[in-house]
Design a protein around this ligand. Structure first.
Ligand code: SF4
Ligand code: F3S
Length: 415
């Protein structure tokens, strides 16, 4: 269950328990996280294991076997333990709450929960009991301090912002005020990234992404519909422990999570390369776990960590469970990637795989411009090598429009 406890102690004796196993105690101002964990009796081994996994996700070190010593994980743990409680605001604008729900349900360990708990949300509408004037005051209080700002949801500019107002102010005004003193700004979810389904043609509310509003500020985009909870946590942890934003691609997406294509890490990739495709969702090829390209998979044009990090505590992800990727981390996917169950000539890379590799290589190459030397020498470097390999792999070339879909799936040799 969600582990949040809102703390407005600077303004009033008003705390809110939200079904947390840690509700007996809260991270105090001035206390380090290490002191806090110790006071709560958190198992240090579990904490180090969590840090080791997070270090891998963030591209800070290599994977180690379960229980083995991870120098990158230990370094991350040392930084987290020295951390003093930061101020975090989580705004929810024109959205469905799916992103925060995804985050709350992501963790298999108490430590994972705790990392979100540790950031001590000063303002998060989904979870706080405060309402009305109290909520407004909490937001003002947090906004007046240096803070990390996370935003879910788009900003509707139509009708002078009337489609989404909070406390009588438009989403745009709320966002600008909350961003004024923000040290880092994270646009979390496809809505905050570019507007998502609300921004799909004809975009009746004038839905817009955060980076279109805060044009004079760097915005870290964490897209997905919703994003993977661990990726959101990874971004927050990176900021808190590294003291700077993670290397990002040209769309502002952290490379550690959005630096490689779904297609390049997909467990069904061997079937793609062998020309073995699902033709219909219930055919024999589907039961064999063949490639979903012909039933609309957009994995060749989608950059995300889904095959590696997975969902629900690492259980599975859409393609693994038999559904094509619909490209939910890509900008304008509701316009570009629909109909979802068709191969589309309008989507670069889908239909002619050689183009997909070119698109991927171009996107990755551009993304690498912003990569630090450290990252380039580690995980990103490996990804670049992988992209070079792909470029010489013999791949099936399909006709315009993605080629003719096999009637019944099965083995279809590349033409
Ligand atoms: Fe995987 Fe989709 Fe690529 Fe097939 S097309 S290998 S299912 S990502
Ligand atoms: Fe989204 Fe594709 Fe992952 S649809 S959840 S990016 S597999």
């Amino acid at each position: 269950m969600a582990v949040f406890r809102l703390d407005f102690t600077t303004r009033r004796q008003h705390t809110v328990d939200v079904m947390s196993p840690y509700t007996g105690d809260f991270w105090k101002r001035g206390e380090t996280l290490g002191e806090h964990l110790e006071r709560r009796g958190i198992d240090r081994r579990e904490f180090l294991a969590w840090c080791a996994r997070m270090a891998v996700l963030m591209g800070l070190g290599p994977m180690v076997t379960e229980g083995a010593e991870s120098s990158a994980g230990n370094a991350l743990a040392a930084k987290l333990e020295a951390l003093k409680r930061p101020v975090v605001i989580w705004l929810q604008l024109q959205e469905c709450t799916g992103c925060l729900e995804s985050t709350l349900r992501s963790y298999s360990t108490g430590i994972g929960d705790l990392v979100l708990n540790l950031v001590s949300m000063q303002y998060v509408e989904l979870l706080m009991a405060a309402a009305g004037q109290q909520a407004n005051e909490a937001l003002e209080d947090a906004s007046s301090q240096e803070h990390i700002l996370l935003i879910n949801g788009s900003i509707p500019l139509g009708a002078n912002g009337a489609y989404c107002t909070i406390g009588g102010e438009s989403a745009e005004v709320v966002l600008r005020k909350a961003a004024a003193k923000a040290e880092y700004i994270l646009a979390v979810g496809a809505c905050a990234y570019y507007g998502c389904v609300q921004a799909a043609r004809p975009n009746p509310t004038g839905a817009t992404g955060v980076q279109e509003i805060l044009t004079d500020r760097p915005v870290i985009n964490v897209p997905g519909c919703p994003p993977i909870g661990e990726v959101i946590t990874g971004c927050i942890t990176y900021l808190l422990t590294q003291g700077h934003a993670p290397p990002c691609d040209i769309e502002g997406r952290p490379l550690f999570a959005y630096g490689s294509r779904i297609h390049d890490n997909c467990p069904r990739r061997a079937f793609y390369d062998a020309g073995q495709f699902v033709g219909q969702f219930d055919d024999a090829a589907a039961r064999q776990g063949y490639c979903l390209y012909h039933v609309g998979c957009k994995g060749p044009d989608t950059f995300a960590a889904c095959p590696v990090v997975k969902w629900n505590g690492g259980t599975s992800f859409p393609i693994q469970s038999g559904h094509p990727c619909i490209g939910c981390t890509e900008k304008h996917f509701f316009d570009r990637m629909t109909p979802f169950y068709s191969t589309l000539p309008t989507v670069p890379g889908v239909g002619v795989e050689a183009t997909a590799n070119e698109i991927g290589a171009v996107a990755l190459g551009a993304a690498l411009l912003g990569v630090s030397a450290h990252a380039a020498g580690s995980a990103i470097g490996l990804r670049r090598e992988r992209m070079k390999e792909d470029a010489v792999v013999s791949l099936p070339v399909l006709g315009e429009g993605g080629g003719k879909k096999p009637e019944d799936g099965g083995d279809k040799k590349p033409k």
